[in-house]
Design a protein around this ligand. Structure first.
Ligand SMILES: [Mg+2]
Length: 230
């Protein structure tokens, strides 16, 4: 399979262990703000309350109903309110979250080994839904920078995957054509459907043996399978 020249990797939950890192970051701020003492709120309860609120606000942000700043503060303000706590610390909490988040550096299993192997045969790129500053910090702190020729974020493109605009910008920055490109990602909607709509082949990194609503070109269950596939 040598028709591909450019590999476009999603970042969160494909290379960067977003769930573990995010949980660590939130736990560290939860402790710093002594939420247990303030409201007798256990960390799991905090996370279970935060999670759906965060997802809902991200949807609003994607639909351009709210700004980045409002997303960041409101996800904590609404969580505190839902837990019956005073939300006056939400702004500080949100600002600390943005500082601490990119300091977390756990990668998905096999990431560095797989990238080192593929770098010899392909030109590697990142295409990610996220904020410029945060995603670049994650890439740099995790030692991923040297592997990648271009990084395209949704903030820079002004559009989130699966929107065509972010794929167009990524291809254009890379000087790549859709038929010589391959997108690797975990999200059936943003990564797989998004790439497919642009005529780009896709590798779906499936978690927990879930079913994809969109038929991907290839399916893998761990990054290491890429070495044999490519
Ligand atoms: Mg992802």
């Amino acid at each position: 399979m040598r028709k591909y020249q450019h590999l476009f990797f999603d970042l969160d939950r494909t290379l960067y262990d977003f769930d573990a890192n995010n949980r660590n970051a939130l736990y560290s701020i939860y402790r710093q703000y002594k939420l247990w003492k303030k409201g007798r709120i256990g960390f799991d309860r905090f996370m279970n309350t935060y999670h759906p609120i965060n997802l809902g606000l991200w949807d609003d942000y994607k639909q351009k109903k709210i700004t980045k700043k409002r997303l960041n503060v409101q996800r904590f303000a609404q969580t505190f309110k839902a837990l019956g706590m005073n939300d006056s610390m939400a702004e500080d909490f949100a600002s600390d979250y943005l500082k601490i988040s990119p300091e977390q550096t756990r990668l998905m299993p096999g990431t560095l080994e797989v990238l080192a192997c593929l770098k010899n045969k392909y030109t590697l790129h990142i295409i990610t839904n996220g904020f410029e500053e945060i995603q670049y910090q994650k890439i740099s702190r995790c030692g991923l920078g040297p592997f990648f020729t271009t990084v395209t974020t949704s903030e820079k493109a002004g559009a989130q995957k699966p929107d065509a605009a972010i794929f167009d910008l990524a291809l254009q920055s890379a000087g790549a054509s859709p038929e010589h490109s391959l997108v690797i990602g975990d999200d059936p909607e943003s990564d797989i459907r998004g790439a497919k709509q642009q005529g780009i082949d896709q590798v779906w990194l499936a978690q927990d043996w879930e079913e994809s609503p969109v038929e991907p070109t290839y399916t893998i269950h761990s990054l290491r399978e890429l070495i044999n596939l490519l």
